[in-house]
Structure formats: structure tokens, C-alpha cells
Design a protein around this ligand. Sequence first.
Ligand SMILES: [Zn+2]
Length: 438
Amino acid sequence: MNVDASPVRGEYKCEIYRVYVQGAIRYLLTVHDVTRTHLRELSHCVTQYLKRWTNMKKSSDPGILYHSHGLGLTSVEQIYMQQHANVIATVLTAGDASVKNALEAKVERESSLSRKSTGTLECHTVVEQSLAILSNEESQDNHETPAQTKKKLCQTVKARMQKEYDCKVEEHCSTLTVQGRWTELLEAERSDTSWRSSLSNAPRGVFEFALNGMANWLPTRDNLVRWGKLLSTKCPLCKGHQSLRHVLNACPVALTDRYTWRHNSVLKELVTTLQRWHSTLETSAVTIRCDLSPDVIEGGTHTTVPPDILPTSLVPDITVQNTAEQKLTLIELTVPFEQNAQAAEDRKLAKYEHLKEELNSHSDYSATVVTIEVGSRGWVNSDNVKKLKSLCPVRKKDSEVRELKRRLGHCALCTSYAIYCARNNPVWESPSGLFSSR
Ligand SMILES: [Zn+2]
């Protein structure tokens, strides 16, 4: 089947690569010895296809495709090395003497070669190191069958190789001033569900936007000037310097309508889930209010702190009032540029600090402020996952929170994509209604 020529969307072609192609070439890469030079050429060739499907520039760094927190694909070179390491692991744990001798001879021959290496030596080293770690860990448990040992060893080797590869990508990216900045997101993200999950079921174009937006490879005006295709970086909306950050979060003209539409779309996702979580509980002591129009959502109101509790001009995005426990949770949502999430949190906490104190000292309620930051490119960092968890009253928290994280990320990403597409259009044709995640 010719994947490249088929008319399906680029992200589906990448999925075809992940699900079918990787599996199909695995056997061939196991039984043949290929020199590292040829392997690199082969990998490069496949990478060019993947770049085309993801709309990445030919010269861009492919790390994001293969990093486990990026797109998580496996390169031809990685598959080859993994498979060969598996073979060596099998020989070392379950092979008979003659096979082991053959392997040793091969390793010795390779170590004398300076060119035309087939990777045997590197694989052998990784397997030996992993074996040493495993035998240290499990000195007390000697009842394992060779098959179990082999399985465990293969898993350890695979994880080790991926980690080494990830480190290599991150190290390389740290030397790139523009494209490398996506690795900064990883610092905050190391959580169980990846950013990838928010890409599923996205409208056409969002996938390419997400991937290239992460690596800052989108044709915003600052990049076009850098690539020699345009002379001015001027934003057609506000005449400021147009960068991706400017388009998504810092354009003063987009602030009133475009960013509000995105904020309210994400807010609706959040409040809908909170309402659903609370509706499954037996108690009816909880009232959820949200700063959205009542036409948009049940419980929508523009005074979220009830005046009988405390009159105030401040309107937090959501309030959760628990009359039984006399608790009032103020929730404030921001959709910042990922690198500015901490600053957004500090700003919002400062804004509501006084109101919180007033509530605690002048009302019967004890108040807490929770700020939620959903990155404008769909990233929700692990701090925020913890905060979402703290808002969840139901059991089976983890799966519920994971799904909410996915929905919020998906919603922010898709609405940001609409804002990005309209970046050079001074007229914003406001979409009818808010965006809803699928
Ligand atoms: Zn602007």
C-alpha cells in the first residue's frame, strides 16, 4: 500500500506508520545486519516522509517526532537497535554455549572495526549493563524461569534505550535557540497522560499546528522574516511584533473577542465536568456558579460570589458553594502561553487574595482559591493535574481527571488553532457559540 500517495490526512499516515509500518519492518530489521551509516540514511529517508505528513519543514529538527513525550514514533534506527538488543538479550539469558560463542566472536570482530559498525557492540553494552542492574535488584528472587528473566531484560533494555534517545534529543534541542524551546514544556509535563491524547479527534489542521507550534516552526511573521520570505514582522491587527506567542496570547486586539471566546470555551468544558462530577453524588448541598451566560450553561450568572455571602465586585470564573460544610471554592481559569503558566497563577492568586481574606473573616464560609492554567497549545502541566484532582469529589479520580485534562487540552488547542488561522485577518468572524471538545 502506498501510504504517501493516499489522500488521508497527515496524522492518520503517522498512525499508519506507528501501527503497521513499524511492525512490518521490525522482522526485516531483526534478521539483517545493516551498517550504522546505511541505517542513518534509511532513517533519514523515513523521517522526510514523516515530516511531509506532519507539515514540518525539511530542515527542521526531527526530535519531536521520536521523543516519547512528543509524537512518540520509533525511528528505523531505534527499531533496529531495539530488535538487535532483544536478540542479544535472548542469547545471553536463554541461548546455549555455541550460540553464546558465536555472539562473543561477533562482538570481538565489531570492536576491532572502526568503520562499518552494525551496532552489535552498542547493543551488547546496553544489554550487559541492564543485566547487571537486574541481577543486583533481584538477588533474593532466584525462582525466575529463563523466559521471565528474558522478558524483564528486554523491557529494561527497551526503556533504557528510549530514555537515552530522549536525553539525546533534549540535549540537542538545548543547543537550538528557536526550535529547541519545546523541550522546556517537558520539564513541567512528566505526567502519566501525554499531551498527545489531546490531539485525538481534532479538526483538520490542528495536528500540524500542534506539532509545529511546539517547535515554533509555524509561518508567523517573525519566522517568515527569519526565513527571508517577508520584510516586516508587523502584526496586521495591532502593528506589534508578530510571533507565535503574540498571536496566541499577547495581541491586544485579539484580547477582547478572540481570547475571550477561547477562555469561555475551555471554561465551559471545565464547569460541565465539575457539574457532572457533583451530580453523581447523593448530597444536594453543592451549588456551582459560573461566569458564563445562562443561555450557554445551566448555572450561568455574572455574580458568582452570592451577595448574601459577601458583596463584591470581583467575579471568579467558577464558585463551588458547599452549604453543608460551609466551604466556598473560587476557581479562576487562565489559558496562558505554556512558558508563562507560573506567572499567570501568581497574578490570579494575588488578584483574589483579598477577597479570600474577606470571605474568611467576614462570612460564615471558609474560602479557597484554585487557579487552573491550560496552556494555549494544549499542555496541562502536572501541577494543574494535581489541582484538577483536588476539585474532583468522586471516586475513580485518576481516570476522570485524565479525561478532563484531555478535554481541556483539546479545547484550548482547537480554539487556539482558530485564533492562529485568523492571525492576519483584522475581522474576527466570531464562531457561533463556544467550542465543545469531543
Ligand atoms: Zn497583534
